[in-house]
Design a protein around this ligand. Structure first.
Ligand code: C5J
Length: 220
């Protein structure tokens, strides 16, 4: 079985039982004028990982590893957006407000699209999720189980919010998870480093982490 030189110890996986889950690489978080910037963040930090995520996607596709993309997005009537989420943080633009890329964090709006360099290929699953975790109020778990997926490689943004929440949800559901270190990013570098440490501490209490080079080396 292929093995990735990971922390805290090598990660074994069968490509047929593995999915790459790319979380929220959408314009709302990565480009100017979206939700991330409305919350006061410097979005350029996130744009910097796009080339690595693109290479990771190409690697997964070349090896027949299933690819799942997620987007954080709400229904146009915001019926799936709790008022607490909409009110939180006093942002310049709230979820559902009209912004430069359409309505903020609303499914179907230009800002909610995945960035063009990472556009899903035909046949790849796109999960639209109302929460931070990709398992909350979605069919992700049923979909993965029906395809006999047991191992997840995770990438995307932001490391300590949607990526970590999803990884913890997956871990609790029994998936063996590895977070690709340079294919995830945060608006706060210290939060990213803390998340990586939390994941692989205590013998891999949430899972494994490894750089993309180590992932790529596992399947020549
Ligand atoms: C946030 C996310 N940060 N995708 N969403 O609100 O991490």
């Amino acid at each position: 079985m292929p093995e990735i030189a990971a922390r805290p110890y090598p990660y074994s996986f069968a490509p047929a039982g593995t999915a790459l889950v790319v979380i929220d690489m959408q314009r709302d978080f990565i480009e100017r004028g979206g939700f991330g910037e409305a919350l006061g963040n410097d979005v350029s930090r996130l744009a910097a990982i796009v080339p690595t995520v693109r290479d990771l996607l190409a690697w997964a596709r070349a090896h027949g590893i299933r690819v799942v993309h997620t987007r954080e997005g709400h229904r146009p009537d915001l019926a799936d957006c709790p008022p607490a989420k909409r009110q939180r943080g006093r942002p310049a633009l709230r979820i559902g407000d009209a912004g430069p890329m359409g309505r903020i964090l609303v499914d179907g709006q230009p800002g909610n699209d995945i960035v063009p360099d990472l556009a899903p290929c035909r046949g790849e699953t796109v999960i639209v999720k109302p929460g931070k975790g990709a398992f909350y109020a979605t069919a992700l778990d049923e979909m993965l189980r029906s395809q006999r997926i047991t191992h997840l490689l995770l990438a995307g943004v932001t490391t300590e919010v949607c990526v970590q929440t999803t990884m913890r949800e997956a871990n609790d559901r029994g998936y063996e998870c590895l977070l690709v270190e340079d294919a995830t990013e945060s608006y706060f570098p210290e939060f990213k480093q803390a998340t990586l440490a939390m994941v692989h501490a205590q013998g891999g209490i949430v899972g494994w982490t490894a750089p993309f080079a180590a992932v790529r080396a596992s399947l020549p």
